[in-house]
Design a binder for this molecule. Structure first.
Ligand code: MBD
Ligand code: FE
Length: 302
């Protein structure tokens, strides 16, 4: 982290877990983990299942049985069992349950949840969404620093219903990492809403978002998830991506991500969240080194 533009930087986000309040703070697994944990807890008031004893019994029994089978089949030792126990404790201490679950589990939950939708393909939300990003007009530039690094990108499109009718005033929430792979509110010394916004589409459901092309994202390697990567010989990378939540009255919200053709790790995402329909192919636009791409969203009825 070498940002020097601190005039609007808070780095403190919505919680006490982000940043450390010093200009020299570096991004750590424990700090971004604590912020992600707090963000998740703050948004999770509704939708608690838990009353269905039968279903909990079935799911937990099958999870445990699968674990027992693995132990028998591979003759797992006490050394390995204790290494697992220590590692699980560490995941909690580092606040990395949101990261671990969203990287290695969420894609299958999303696959099940999205099975019956006809509209735009979705994919995982990941740990770094923050609700209520500042509202922006249909033709907008995302909040960014004066010297924001990265190739300028015009991301434009239209939001329609499954029957093709335009969804006027659809909301296009967008969030992304910066050119160094950092998300505002989860890494220190970034302006609070850097590269986050809620774009309100026009009467025809159209939007034009000026941003920068994000960089591939390296999940934190200095915490428990990093230990797992090292121990298993896995790489820590996600391909460069834009995160989106697109919604309109009377329609189902879609949570998705868009990737870049031929981008590094598009075929080897550590979070298994790439789908062919989600790969953009931006072209140089008339001016300078800018790129532009069009992607339309189709929403299912609620
Ligand atoms: C990310 O940016 C992300 O999108 C996911 C799914 C996991 C970790 C970091
Ligand atoms: Fe991400």
């Amino acid at each position: 982290m070498t940002q020097t533009d601190t005039d609007t930087a808070t780095g403190t986000g919505t919680g006490t877990g982000t940043g450390t309040g010093t200009d020299t703070a570096t991004a750590t697994a424990a700090a971004s983990g604590a912020a992600a944990t707090e963000q998740f807890r703050g948004r999770r008031s509704s939708g608690t299942p838990g009353a269905d004893t039968q279903r909990v019994d079935t799911l937990v029994t099958e999870l445990l049985t699968a674990t027992h089978d693995i132990i028998r089949r591979h003759e797992v030792t006490y050394e390995e069992y204790n290494a697992l126990k220590a590692w699980l404790i560490q995941v909690g201490e580092d606040g990395e349950w949101p990261l671990f679950l969203d990287v290695w589990v969420e894609h299958v939950v999303e696959e099940v949840a999205g099975k019956t939708r006809e509209g735009s393909e979705g994919t995982i939300e990941g740990p770094y969404y923050v609700p209520d990003a500042p509202a922006l007009p249909a033709d907008a530039t995302l909040p960014m620093r004066k010297d924001e690094a990265g190739i300028p990108l015009l991301f434009q499109g239209r939001v329609t219903s499954v029957d093709g009718s335009p969804l006027s005033a659809a909301r296009v929430e967008i969030w992304q990492a910066d050119g160094a792979g950092y998300y505002s509110q989860f890494a220190p010394n970034l302006p609070q809403w850097n590269l986050r916004g809620t774009v309100i589409a026009d009467e025809s459901g159209s939007f034009r978002i000026h941003t920068i092309q994000p960089a591939p994202y390296r999940i934190p390697t200095d915490g428990a998830c990093g230990s797992l990567l090292t121990a298993a010989g896995w790489h820590p990378w996600r391909p460069a991506h834009l995160h989106l939540k697109v919604s309109a009255p009377g329609h189902q919200l879609v949570t998705t991500q868009l990737y870049f053709r031929d981008g590094e790790y598009v075929d080897d995402d550590i979070a298994s969240a790439v789908k062919p329909a989600l790969i953009l192919d931006p072209k140089p636009s008339g001016s300078g080194n800018d790129h532009e791409v069009t992607y339309d969203f189709v929403l299912d009825r609620a």
